[in-house]
Design a protein around this ligand. Structure first.
Ligand SMILES: NC(=O)c1ccc[n+]([C@@H]2O[C@H](COP(=O)([O-])OP(=O)(O)OC[C@H]3O[C@@H](n4cnc5c(N)ncnc54)[C@H](OP(=O)(O)O)[C@@H]3O)[C@@H](O)[C@H]2O)c1
Length: 250
């Protein structure tokens, strides 16, 4: 008997799956039986994730993608459908998170953050959700952040881009939910990844503000993605689930 967390037979596309939370998510989804399309820019790290999954008996393929605009998002979606035949689970994880004072943000940095965090997410959903809706089944999980839920100095650009993702999550739940596509997000707290390694002690200091008092490991975020992607969350739609060690609760 399969568990309600089973993703057996599903095709899952995970963006930013060459590193950190995305890589852990790819491994976790494959562990539940999904055929995972590992998307990212770095072929070497992408193939390493694929090798890890296959060595555990799972199914995975690397799909190169540099997400910078609508066309790059649409191309990735089309390539994923070519390889997998369809996409049942989409995890919008690729993200840029520069923390800096508002006055120091250049227009290029502003455009790049919104292009990856908002625009690529938007057009991946635009390309893939209609086919999920036509089949009457699908799950989309957007990886957001705790700093989309409250004001944090230095997080104006990043937090506002992910706040847009939080609203998109609800708008898409309204648009696609009636057709069997569940759209949810995770409000992620400080997590140890390749991307946050440069923050050094700063990550632990941020994490100390939460009841958990420590950063997450990427597999703790991946477990929540598996939940939202699977039938275990069959009545969960349009939520931004905090996975932040309790930071936004207190
Ligand atoms: N870590 C945290 O504390 C934390 C907290 C809250 C939310 N989040 C969110 O969680 C997600 C993952 O974070 P992480 O810490 O795991 O990140 P990470 O270790 O820095 O990895 C980022 C991933 O995104 C991919 N990526 C970056 N720019 C891309 C682009 N232009 N096109 C395509 N792929 C691109 C990278 O691919 P390549 O390496 O192949 O270039 C890599 O796979 C992000 O959305 C982030 O905002 C993280």
């Amino acid at each position: 008997m399969t568990s309600s967390f089973s993703l057996e037979g599903d095709i899952a596309l995970v963006t930013g799956a060459t590193s950190g939370i995305g890589a852990a998510t790819a491994v976790a989804l494959a562990g539940q039986g999904a055929h995972v399309l590992v998307a990212g820019r770095n072929t070497g790290r992408g193939e390493a994730v694929v090798t890890t999954i296959r060595s555990r008996g799972g199914k995975a393929d690397f799909v190169a993608a540099d997400l910078s605009d609508a066309e790059s998002a649409r191309q990735l979606a089309r390539r994923a459908v070519e390889i997998g035949g369809r996409v049942d689970v989409l995890v919008n994880n690729a993200g840029a998170y520069a923390f800096q004072p508002t006055a120091e943000v250049t227009e290029e940095q502003f455009d790049a953050a919104y292009a990856l965090n908002v625009k690529a997410t938007f057009f991946l959903v635009a390309e893939l959700a209609p086919a999920m809706a036509a089949r009457g089944k699908g799950a989309i999980v957007n990886i957001s952040t705790q700093v989309a839920a409250f004001g944090a100095a230095g997080a104006a650009l990043y937090g506002s881009s992910k706040a847009a993702v939080n609203l998109l999550t609800k708008a898409w739940a309204a648009e696609y939910g009636p057709h069997g596509v569940r759209v949810n997000a995770l409000g992620v707290g400080p997590t140890r990844t390749e991307g946050t390694a440069a923050m050094g002690d700063g990550l632990g200091q941020l994490a100390a503000q939460s009841p958990a008092g420590r950063p997450a490991g990427p597999e703790e975020i991946a477990a929540a993605v598996v939940y939202l992607a699977s039938d275990a969350a069959s009545f969960v739609q349009g939520v931004v689930l905090p996975v932040d060690g309790g930071r936004t609760a207190v």
